[in-house]
Design a protein. Structure first.
Length: 212
């Protein structure tokens, strides 16, 4: 059985904005040298404004030194800051690609990338056949949110190597914060739920190879 790293939330109204993106395709040379090991996706979801904000950490192994890391991330988000191995670096985000550039080559071996970003995600015009967010309400009027990205890929939600040839060998952590009273359903095991005054944070974890 194959598992998908997807996200279903509880939260408000549907508009039409299909992504028209395709996951996979020819593997880019800059990405062929990366072996993705693990994703940590930590996001706050705002149902009122229909936005998300937070960060993604990517653990990977480089087969050769490089001055550039290339990730996929839909252009709708604003990338605020990027770190490579704890050091802030320059970047360029355009045409659904995030180019991360360092002043010197990144050595081969283990690398930790952190991307801080946020914005208004695209809305799925005809879920689940079209990718994007669905902001609606359940039969009792409670907010309800879903993310569908099977065709368009994980770049609709988080920066990634969006290619089926490389799944994170060590799984993923989803750390999702929502208004208190809502519930986050995700893949794997529910590790923890932490509550603050007005929010609840759900931590879902997988320890196995999982499809983006």
């Amino acid at each position: 059985m194959r598992y998908c790293l997807s996200l279903i939330l509880l939260a408000s109204i549907l508009t039409s904005s299909a992504q028209n993106l395709i996951s996979g395709g020819k593997l880019k040379p800059e990405q062929a040298i990366m072996d993705i090991r693990h994703y940590t996706v930590a996001l706050t979801v705002d149902p009122e404004h229909k936005t998300i904000k937070g960060y993604t950490e990517i653990d990977l192994i480089l087969s050769t030194p490089t001055p550039t890391i290339l990730l996929d991330l839909v252009h709708l988000y604003t990338v605020e800051k990027v770190w490579v191995n704890g050091k802030a670096v320059s970047f360029k985000h355009s045409e659904d690609l995030l180019y991360i550039n360092t002043s010197t080559e990144i050595p081969a071996g283990k690398v930790l990338i952190k991307v801080q970003y946020g914005g208004t995600p695209g809305v799925a015009a005809r879920p689940p056949w079209d990718g994007g967010f669905t902001w609606t309400k359940d039969s009792t009027g409670n907010p309800w949110i879903a993310v569908t990205d099977e065709g368009e890929g994980s770049k609709l939600l988080f920066p990634s190597k969006d290619h089926p040839s490389d799944e994170p060998n060590e799984g993923a952590d989803l750390i999702i914060t929502v208004p208190k009273g809502l519930v986050v359903a995700g893949p794997g095991l529910l590790v923890n739920v932490s509550n603050k005054k007005n929010t609840a944070t759900y931590h879902w974890k997988t320890n196995y190879t999982i499809n983006n």
